[in-house]
Design a protein around this ligand. Structure first.
Ligand SMILES: C[S@@+](CC[C@H](N)C(=O)[O-])C[C@H]1O[C@@H](n2cnc3c(N)ncnc32)[C@H](O)[C@@H]1O
Length: 315
């Protein structure tokens, strides 16, 4: 399932940082586990996907007005998941006189197939061009450049508060910035900190579906569920929800041809979800070299959408 390079990255991150990068959980069968979580969220809880969707529906015309006289547009959905989060955007844009191309980008070929199938079924006349890549590995300016052939404009999306899952958020944003030219736009959706809601958020990370999703890689490398305790907590210093496994006994791990032992009481981070404030996300975007074109939040200040562009000459 993992390429050789991914195996080395996984070994290095477990041994070096005590972390299993969340991105590997979406590979292979993991895509179905994620899809089950999204479906449960939209059925039962007013989770971030529906909050984000409502905000997008309200604001998409404002965002799109930044592309005056646009006739051809690439909707580049970075970290596409099952493709459902782009519905508010595609619903509105398909009603306008714009030729659309949906470009899902993801590390997981299964997530890409799911997004492609979903969008193909829902919108008959949209061209779709899935691209499999790991956006943590560097910029993808070549892809962005080729997509602009034949007069297309580029709109990048990074939805679902995915940014908060990454250990090096600055690096991820820098890769995006270095992939964009000064006419391209980028819409980022992130969850904001709401201290009064922390205790309501934590249960979303517990239960059968999140555990199936997050145990996918531990199961695959030989860490037995029964030998671990599943722990969800709020890290006040780092403003993040953390999901860890704590080992109740020594565990033998096998990744490719590498074998090693994790010791009793060691903790391995399976997922982080950083929550931002308006100030921290705006500062992060600005430090990376983005200028803000539009910024909007939900009424309760729980979710934020920001539309940005690379700043020319770093000023
Ligand atoms: C939290 S999910 C969000 C999915 C979707 N945008 C949503 O809002 O429901 C993160 C998505 O990003 C993808 N992803 C995570 N890390 C990635 C990486 N380094 N490179 C490419 N895709 C990545 C995952 O496979 C998954 O589809």
């Amino acid at each position: 399932m993992l390429t050789k390079k991914q195996q080395y990255e996984l070994i290095a991150s477990i041994k070096g940082r005590g972390e299993i990068p969340l991105k590997f959980a979406y590979l292979d069968e993991g895509a179905k586990n994620w899809d089950a979580i999204v479906k449960q969220r939209s059925d039962k809880i007013n989770g971030i996907n529906s909050v984000e969707a409502e905000l997008l529906r309200k604001k998409i015309n404002n965002f799109i007005s930044s592309f005056p006289n646009c006739k051809k547009l690439n909707i580049i959905d970075v970290g596409c998941g099952n493709g459902e989060p782009v519905v508010p955007i595609l619903d509105i844009l398909t009603e306008q006189n714009i030729q659309l191309r949906y470009v899902p980008i993801d590390i997981s070929s299964n997530m890409l197939s799911m997004a492609e199938k979903f969008v193909k079924n829902k919108y008959k006349n949209i061209q779709i061009k899935p691209i499999e890549l790991d956006f943590e590995m560097g910029n993808f300016s070549d892809i962005m450049f080729e997509l602009k052939e034949d007069g297309y404009s580029n709109l990048l999306l990074f939805l679902g508060s995915t940014l908060g899952n990454h250990s090096d958020r600055q690096r991820v944003l820098t890769n995006f910035r270095d992939s964009m030219s000064s006419e391209d736009f980028f819409i980022l959706g992130v969850e904001l900190t709401n201290f009064s809601k922390i205790n309501k958020i934590l249960p979303h990370y517990k239960g059968k579906l999140p555990e199936n999703f997050l145990y996918f890689i531990p199961d695959n490398v030989g860490i037995k569920r029964n030998d671990t305790e599943y722990d969800v907590s709020w890290n006040d210093k780092l403003n993040q929800v953390e999901v860890k496994v704590i080992l109740k006994k020594n565990s033998n791990v096998k990744i490719g041809s590498e074998n090693f032992t994790l010791e009793k009481d060691e903790q391995i981070l399976l997922s982080r979800s950083v929550k931002f404030t308006e100030w921290t996300i705006t500062k992060l975007l600005s430090d990376v070299g983005f200028r803000t074109e539009l910024l909007t939040t939900t009424e309760d200040r729980g979710y934020l959408l920001s539309m940005v562009q690379p700043t020319r000459y770093g000023v």
